[in-house]
Design a protein around this ligand. Structure first.
Ligand code: NCD
Ligand code: ZN
Ligand code: ZN
Ligand code: ZN
Length: 462
């Protein structure tokens, strides 16, 4: 691959790249590489980024294939420049046993366009299943839900959270948390429904930032007691962010993720009724939050970005009664474009973009150093973009099954030019060139704690 501006951990450089057997073999100053043995990619005028890892997608299969499946979800991913997805367990059945994880990977085999990893649901009903899932290499991390969201998923009380985190930590896994406190939400919903509320704002009122703060504080307390590494999914409020910083100051290894909708949208972008695509958990908040969350990402306080790709059919996504509208929307194909637009606007550096989309998720979930950076010996995963090209976001041009997006009509950086996975060009100029079936399950190594001052916990992975 010649002619591109290559974003490495040391900065953006004019480099040519040689790839063999799916790995980077040579990074050389522009013009010094010999003739290619096989295919050559011309990246003149383009930026070459480490392959994007989306650490939070819902691909719905098994159970909700009418919303998405492994073929359509990974197709949308590679169209959006994503080379690896990490998939959430709230399918039907939920990914809570080794048998189910194996069955889910079998559904992806032969049909996935991109590499993929699974999260295991920490389910008190299946306390002994995490160990075999890890031993058999079926999962990259654990997931817990502290409050209600899509799917009939058990939510954990503090006893369940402590037990789950201790088990996961002992197996060298980081645990992802949907950190909205269940009792807070249930109480709020009951009161608001009794008052006859069914507008979009009632959803926000039922899930105040206090519910998120409490969820993060419960997570921090359990992580401190157990020594478990944890990950806060979709941080949505400045109060939640402050709770993440307090946890870290107390020595907890807590990573955090920012979804594109929480970084760039607020409630004031949404009409007041339930007829717009705007309901999501945690909710969009007032306009004071997004710029501060993006600023925290730019400074490295929030580690990584994710789409929280959560497709639902159009009929479920809109309606007169907000309580019966499904939460979440498509995003895997748009996340990179939206954050790259912030890069071109000068609000996020390309360096931070690469860290947040590749290095940070790779490190947090044990994919590093094989994935997450452009370096000799690593998997040759690349996302090639033209930062000078722009195009409006249009759900009709997306490649999933349920593509409605609250970003509809926004001007953004154009879709990526190419997606390269383990040396193969999977997508180029909007055409699928390799697969389906090229995508493979990722290999994971146990993660190391990343805080300087470790908490004394019950379980240690290293
Ligand atoms: C997600 C979904 O639909 O699976 N919905 C959402 O609003 N974010 C679940 C989740 O991530 O909480
Ligand atoms: Zn969630
Ligand atoms: Zn989600
Ligand atoms: Zn649904």
């Amino acid at each position: 691959m010649r002619g591109g501006t290559v974003v490495t951990p040391r900065g953006a450089r004019a480099l040519d790249i040689a790839i063999a057997a799916g790995r980077f073999t040579v990074l050389s100053p522009r013009g010094r590489l010999g003739a290619a043995g096989h295919d050559e990619i011309d990246a003149t005028g383009l930026h070459v980024l480490p392959g994007i890892i989306d650490p939070h997608v819902h691909f719905r299969e098994p159970g909700f294939e009418y919303e998405e499946d492994w073929l359509s979800g990974t197709r949308a991913a590679v169209m959006g420049g994503v080379t690896t997805v990490l998939e959430m367990p709230n399918t039907d059945p939920p990914t809570a046993t080794a048998e189910r994880a194996r069955a889910k990977l079998a559904l992806a085999a032969g049909r996935a366009f991109c590499d993929h990893g699974l999260f295991a649901l920490l389910d008190p009903g299946h306390p002994d299943e995490l160990r075999p899932m890890v031993r058999q290499g079926l999962v990259v991390g654990a997931k817990v839900f502290l409050g209600p969201t899509t799917g009939d998923i058990p939510t954990l009380d503090d006893a369940g959270l402590l037990a789950g985190l201790a088990t996961a930590a002992g197996l060298g896994l980081r645990t992802c948390v949907h950190a909205e406190d269940g009792p807070t939400i249930e109480t709020g919903e009951r009161l608001l429904k009794a008052a006859g509320r069914r507008d979009l704002a009632a959803h926000l009122e039922a899930r105040p930032s206090g519910a998120e703060t409490l969820g993060i504080e419960r997570t921090a307390a359990a992580a401190a007691a157990t020594g478990a590494p944890v990950h806060v999914c979709h941080v949505s409020s400045t109060d939640g962010l402050a709770a993440v910083e307090r946890a870290r100051a107390g020595g907890v290894d807590m990573t955090a993720e920012l979804a594109a909708h929480h970084a760039f949208l607020s409630m004031s972008d949404m009409p007041a009724d339930g007829w717009a695509i705007g309901k999501v958990n945690p909710p969009l908040r007032d306009a004071s939050h997004p710029p501060q969350l993006l600023g925290a990402l730019a400074r490295g306080i929030i580690d990584m970005v994710a789409s929280d790709h959560a497709p639902h059919l159009p009929a479920a996504s809109r309606g007169p009664d907000i309580w019966s509208v499904a939460a979440g929307f498509a995003g895997v194909e748009l996340c990179a474009r939206i954050y790259l637009t912030a890069v071109t606007d000068g609000r996020l550096s390309l360096h931070r973009f690469a860290q947040a989309t590749a290095e940070a998720p790779a490190r947090a979930f044990g994919l590093w150093p094989l994935k997450g950076h452009i370096a000799v010996g690593a998997d040759a995963d690349l996302t090639i973009v033209d930062l000078s090209a722009r195009a409006p976001i249009s759900s009709s041009r997306l490649h999933g099954k349920a593509t409605a997006t609250p970003f509809e009509g926004r001007e953004a950086v154009a879709p990526p030019i190419a997606t390269v996975i383990r040396g193969r060009v999977v997508m180029r100029d909007g055409e699928l060139l390799t697969g389906p079936g090229w995508g493979r399950p990722v290999a994971r190594s146990p993660i190391r704690r990343r805080v300087a001052r470790p908490v004394r916990g019950w379980a240690r992975s290293d």
